[in-house]
Write a protein that binds this ligand. Structure first.
Ligand code: AP5
Ligand code: MG
Length: 216
């Protein structure tokens, strides 16, 4: 299964993608997670990307496309993938279309998570993220079992630099200006499935499963 996961910052893409990848045995490709890994390791890409990320602006297309092309060379994607946070611009969507045509592959669905702005701000400003595996928690809605510690690997949780309110609001504006227009691009191909992203994590996952069908 090949999926694109779209939706504003804080819609729950990372949270749900983790469940989808486990249930459907596909790879989670999050450009945000890949970029944060590069920043942490201090790679050339990380050094070029980090100021855009901290300001809530998009990283330039050429850097993103080079990074994604390297991921697509990995045989791990043969079983299917969910693209979380990519494509985010018309240029990225066009490059993905070209790649899929070239490889003779098609997308199954473009899932768009819908959540209103004020809920997004509340979700992101109280999000905590694992330094090692990147899993997201929320101080009230989705807390870890032990405060400050990741349930998955016992590592420390931290607040992402771009989860401060002023940056969150800029990320929402950037999403509306540069990424939301892509929904139209995929609507024309008849691929878009809207998912109501409000409710518990389990309720939202049930809605996704209804769209994707049985896991086996
Ligand atoms: P990226 O990491 O992709 O961030 P984003 O799209 O802004 O989305 P988030 O990760 O913030 O939110 P999410 O939808 O994954 O929500 P989550 O599940 O964590 O990108 C970061 C930056 O990298 C960009 O700003 C840009 O600079 C750069 N970048 C990345 N890709 C790029 C690209 N392709 N081109 C250019 N630049 C790029 O959940 C959020 C919170 O809500 C958590 O606290 C969670 O616990 C909670 N939550 C989840 N589900 C629920 C629920 N059902 N009810 C209540 N709370 C919930
Ligand atoms: Mg995410």
């Amino acid at each position: 299964m090949r999926l694109i996961f779209m939706g504003p910052p804080g819609a729950g893409k990372g949270t749900q993608a983790e469940r989808i990848t486990t249930a459907y045995n596909i790879v989670h490709l999050s450009t945000g997670d890949l970029l944060r890994m590069n920043v942490k390791r201090g790679t050339e890409l990380g050094q070029l990307a980090h100021s855009y990320m901290d300001a809530g602006e998009l990283v330039p297309d050429d850097l993103i496309l080079k990074m994604v092309a390297a991921e697509f060379k990995d045989p791990k994607i043969e079983n299917g993938f969910i693209l979380d946070g990519f494509p985010r611009t018309v240029a990225q969507a066009t490059a993905l279309d070209d790649f899929l045509i070239q490889e003779g592959k098609h997308l199954n669905h473009v899932l768009v998570m819908d959540v209103i702005d004020e809920k997004l701000v509340a979700r992101l400003t109280a999000r905590r993220t694992c330094r090692i595996c990147g899993r997201s928690y929320h101080l009230s809605f989705n807390p870890p079992k032990k405060p400050g510690i990741c349930d998955n690997d016992g590592s420390e949780l931290y607040q992402r630099e771009d989860d401060k309110e002023v940056t969150v609001r800029n990320r929402l504006a950037v999403y509306k200006r540069q990424t939301r227009p892509l929904i139209e691009h995929y609507m024309k191909k008849g691929m878009v499935k809207h998912i109501d992203g409000v409710g518990t994590v389990d309720e939202v996952f049930d809605r996704i499963r209804e769209v994707l069908g049985p896991c086996d």
